[in-house]
Design a protein around this ligand. Structure first.
Ligand SMILES: CC(C)(COP(=O)(O)OP(=O)(O)OC[C@H]1O[C@@H](n2cnc3c(N)ncnc32)[C@H](O)[C@@H]1OP(=O)(O)O)[C@@H](O)C(=O)NCCC(=O)NCCS
Length: 167
């Protein structure tokens, strides 16, 4: 039995979400953002969430220790049935099933909201993230070479995809 719960995020969670994320902004290629997220940016991000593009948190003993979100894949109307998934676990809480639980929960929410597919766009050096996605059924679609740059390195991006609709 897991000792954490997953629920929709509220405005009160935004500082914890921001702290978990900014840890990686400063030291990881799992996000290509280089400047820490501000409170205003995170609040604007939260205002854009919806049933189709939710933000969720994993909570243990009243503390937020991970979060996930679905975001529009692209802004054009024709992409309205596609979403991109993000999951970030507090760096002291890895490998305890939180990432998988958050991603499976996002998949269930996306399916219930009528999404057709969920996409992962992951820096190719992020083996944990790719392994997590594959563990819940994402397929590797392909790689864009050297489309990212962080820490003075060119970075490949691996695209993954999970089809949600019954076929
Ligand atoms: C990627 C990340 C979300 C994984 O979260 P986590 O809670 O540590 O992962 P889980 O414990 O749920 O692991 C689920 C599965 O993912 C894979 N996995 C997770 N971390 C891994 C690692 N370091 N190496 C290899 N496989 C890994 C395994 O298949 C694992 O199953 P197992 O533990 O039964 O072997 C976490 O490392 C993280 O927050 N990284 C920084 C942010 C990031 O990369 N986000 C993008 C993810 S979409």
């Amino acid at each position: 039995m897991s000792d954490f719960t997953i629920r929709l995020a509220t405005a009160e969670d935004l500082e914890a979400i921001r702290a978990i994320y900014n840890y990686y902004v400063e030291r990881s290629t799992c996000t290509y953002q280089v400047e820490p997220d501000t409170a205003a940016e995170r609040a604007a991000w939260f205002r854009d969430r919806s049933a189709k593009y939710p933000a969720t948190v994993a909570e243990r003993d009243g503390a937020v220790i991970g979060w996930g979100a679905l975001s529009p894949w692209k802004s054009r109307c024709g992409y309205a049935w596609s979403a991109e998934a993000s999951v970030y676990i507090h760096h002291e809480h890895h490998r305890r099933g939180l990432g998988k639980a958050l991603l499976l929960d996002l998949i269930a929410r996306g399916r219930a909201a009528g999404l057709h597919t969920i996409i992962g766009a992951t820096s190719s050096d992020q083996t944990a993230s790719l392994a997590l996605q594959v563990s819940v059924g994402f397929e590797v679609i392909g790689t864009h070479r050297e489309v990212g740059r962080k820490f003075d390195r060119w970075l490949d991006v691996t695209y993954t995809q999970l089809m949600l609709a019954e076929r």
